[in-house]
Design a protein. Structure first.
Length: 539
């Protein structure tokens, strides 16, 4: 998947801190680590470290890729509930209605607060009888209304109206128990982010710490293509799959076309396009890791972000450093494109992917196709290895995440990023996501392959562009069927002599063609997506 744009990348693309009144260090590598408050405890711990000692990671195999990591205190653990998580793309959210999402085991509802002019994220349950607030509505006064009994809440979670409460009775709507639980949230980089704790001590967490900031997403000189999909396998499998460049020629064969040109000094590719890949880990610590792959520097920023930046078209390397707020203002303009993945833990065996393609130049081919058609292409790519990843996850669960390195034989350097990620999980998170008390940790039962591959609930209903496109295609399908029936009716109703035989044949043929076209709309869509794939990803 990492090779959607290229199998090589240029220099490291660092996430820069969002300019604010209170500058806060954000994940970067290498990086002075500031230990966050643990949401489970009110005690405050503050550690600062600099990478001084290094040890070599390995997979217990002599030919395993060499990786470098930073030694940390043995009790240093990654706090999964003290992080910002991306929830949804703003372009896909409906301001007129509540939007249900799940992340880190939390069922939440995103809704547009007209009074404050911002998105709000609430716990998706009404304090009255725990009905899902996402099934409600935004009332005419801009409040979130529960569909069950009509309780209304403002952006702060305060209950503003209980229809069943008598006007002259006690003001029960002002009681603390009547309030909805509110999560800290922010709109940044065209994405709604949330902090997975409703504890009041995190109410102003945004003043202390912000989500990782990607300046190119707010740079008008960059064109962006973004999308999202829910996947029937967990965060760990999703992340390691995206970090695996070696699977692309095989798992996505015929969908992603890799460059066929020979690279000096590199072994000749096989029939599908596979070849040895040199990857080394530059730095690994609790904030993530930085790797070197050819001319590129893939980077994992814990817990959600993995990205790569291909070299510019002229072969030069872009000059980027962590101090730059925007990487495009202090250097001559070069043709650059970025590929960024955001992987969100939803629940055990469930994850969400947000993909971001960025470029600072116009592409005439891509401009010809609407957003929904690009999503068809991306979903074809995700479909091609979806089932095998789902099955793989269940096999890993049987042997146990802690036995991953013993069960998996990873002798080549092409697996370096995957091994580094599994080592990061082992060192800082007991080999897996810490769900706390929100989940038992067991995987959900395996569904049928057809159910797993269904795109409607995993993507279409969540994508504003694809919802509109589906509605339009259905209308077009009905229109063609109506036209075919109308033409047949005209031919049947026309009296002998009023219509020549040639005209009758033309009308009948048109009716048949319209009917066939109405049945071929889905097939035509798939064929078009394959054609677009060849245009976008062929050498």
């Amino acid at each position: 998947m990492q090779a959607l744009i290229s199998l090589t990348s240029s220099r490291p693309f660092h996430l820069s801190p969002l300019p604010s009144k209170r500058p806060v260090p954000l994940p970067s590598l290498p990086f002075h680590y500031h230990h966050r408050h643990n949401h489970h405890s009110k005690k405050t711990h503050h550690h600062v470290f600099s990478p001084t000692k290094t040890t070599r990671l390995n997979t217990q195999l002599s030919s395993s890729p060499a990786t470098t990591t930073t030694d940390l205190p043995g009790d240093e653990k990654f706090d999964w509930f003290a992080q910002w998580y991306p929830l949804a793309l703003v372009i896909d959210l409906d301001k007129r209605a509540p939007n249900a999402k799940t992340a880190m085991g939390h069922d939440v509802v995103i809704w547009w607060d007209r009074q404050e002019g911002r998105w709000q994220v609430f716990d998706d349950r009404c304090p009255h009888r725990l009905a899902p607030l996402s099934e409600g509505q935004v009332d005419p006064w801009g409040r979130l209304q529960c569909v069950y009994h009509g309780w209304c809440f403002d952006g702060a979670g305060s209950c503003k109206h209980i229809p069943q409460a008598p006007p002259n009775g006690p003001p029960v709507q002002t009681f603390k128990e009547a309030c909805a639980a509110v999560y800290p949230c922010v709109e940044q980089n065209k994405i709604v982010w949330f902090w997975p704790s409703t504890n009041p001590e995190y109410k102003d967490i945004l003043m202390k710490e912000r989500p990782p900031y990607i300046p190119e997403l707010d740079d008008p000189s960059y064109k962006s293509a973004m999308g999202t999909r829910d996947l029937p396998y967990g965060y760990e499998v999703l992340m390691e799959n995206l970090m695996d460049p070696a699977h692309v020629p095989y798992a996505h064969h015929g969908i992603i076309r890799l460059p066929k040109r020979e690279v000096p000094g590199r072994a000749k590719a096989d029939r599908e396009g596979g070849f040895p890949i040199e990857i080394t880990i530059e730095t690994l610590n609790i904030t993530g890791f930085l790797a070197k792959q050819g001319l590129g520097y893939p980077k994992f920023v814990a817990p959600c972000i993995f990205y790569a930046m291909p070299p510019s078209n002229d072969g030069s390397v872009s000059a980027l450093n962590i101090q730059e707020v925007s990487s495009t203002k202090s250097q001559p303009k070069q043709r650059r494109h970025l590929l960024i993945f955001m992987c969100i833990p939803v629940s055990p065996g469930r994850s969400r992917l947000i993909w971001v393609f960025l470029r600072n130049f116009n592409d005439r081919v891509e401009q010809l196709f609407p957003r929904w058609m690009n999503h068809v292409v991306m979903n074809l790519i995700l479909d091609s290895d979806l089932y095998l990843l789902h099955v793989e996850e269940h096999k890993i669960a049987k042997v146990g995440p802690s036995n991953w390195q013993k069960a998996c034989f990873v002798p080549t350097k092409s697996d370096t990023l995957v091994v580094a990620f599994r080592n990061w999980l082992r060192k800082y998170s007991n080999n897996q996501v810490d769900w706390g008390t929100l989940s038992t940790g067991y995987l959900p039962p395996t569904a049928t392959k057809e159910q797993l591959m269904d795109r409607y609930w995993s993507h279409v209903v969540q994508c504003s562009s694809c919802r509109v496109a589906l509605k339009g295609l259905r209308i077009f399908e009905v229109f063609l069927q109506v036209i075919s029936i109308a033409f047949i009716a005209i031919v049947a109703a026309a009296k002998q002599g009023l219509m020549s035989n040639i005209t009758r044949i033309a009308f009948a043929s048109t009716a048949v063609l319209c009917f066939l076209a109405s049945r071929l709309v889905p097939v035509t869509t798939r064929d078009m997506s394959s054609y677009i794939t060849k245009l976008l990803y062929s050498s």
